[in-house]
Design a protein around this ligand. Structure first.
Ligand code: CUA
Length: 153
C-alpha cells in the first residue's frame, strides 16, 4: 500500500520537473546550443546574412522578410529599422564580441545573443508604433545605453 503512494509521489515529482523545464524553455525562447546555427564571430561582417544588416525581402520561404541584427558593445546594427505592419518576419541576430541580450519591449521577443551562434525568432508585428530593442544581458560599461528601434508602419 505504501509503495503505491511513493510511486504516485515519484511520478508527480517527475512531471513537475518536466513541466518546469518545458515552461522555462518556452518563455526564454532559447534553444539548446546543439540546435543553433553557428557563425564565426570574427567574420560576421562578411558572412550572409550578417553582411546585410536590416530588413531584407526574401522569396520562397515561409516568411516574407528577414530582419538581420548584429550586436557589438555597445550597439546594434541597424540602430533603427522600419518593418511593414502584418508581414511575417524572421529576426536573425548574432554578436561580434560578448553575450548581449535582444529583447523587444512590448512583444514576446527575448533572445540571448551568444558569440559564434545565430539566434532566430519568427514573428509578425501586428501593431503599428515604435518598439525599443534593449540589451538585457550585462555586457560592460555601455550596457544601459545599448538600444535599437523597430518602427512598425
Ligand atoms: Cu549588450 Cu548589455
Amino acid at each position: 500500500k505504501y509503495e503505491k503512494i511513493w510511486l504516485i509521489f515519484g511520478t508527480a515529482t517527475l512531471l513537475v520537473f518536466l513541466s518546469v523545464v518545458g515552461v522555462s524553455a518556452f518563455y526564454l525562447g532559447n534553444q539548446p546550443p546543439s540546435c543553433m546555427a553557428t557563425v564565426d564571430p570574427e567574420k560576421v561582417d562578411t558572412l550572409a546574412p550578417f553582411n546585410k544588416p536590416g530588413l531584407n525581402k526574401v522569396e520562397g520561404k515561409e516568411w516574407d522578410y528577414e530582419l538581420v541584427f548584429v550586436a557589438s558593445a555597445f550597439n546594434y546594427t541597424p540602430g533603427e529599422v522600419e518593418v511593414p505592419l502584418g508581414a511575417k518576419v524572421k529576426v536573425i541576430a548574432t554578436t561580434k564580441d560578448v553575450i548581449h541580450g535582444f529583447s523587444v519591449a512590448g512583444t514576446n521577443i527575448n533572445m540571448m545573443l551568444t558569440p559564434g551562434y545565430i539566434s532566430e525568432y519568427l514573428t509578425t508585428f501586428d501593431k503599428t508604433g515604435e518598439f525599443l530593442i534593449l540589451c538585457n544581458e550585462y555586457c560592460g560599461a555601455g550596457h544601459h545605453m545599448m538600444t535599437s528601434k523597430i518602427k512598425v508602419v
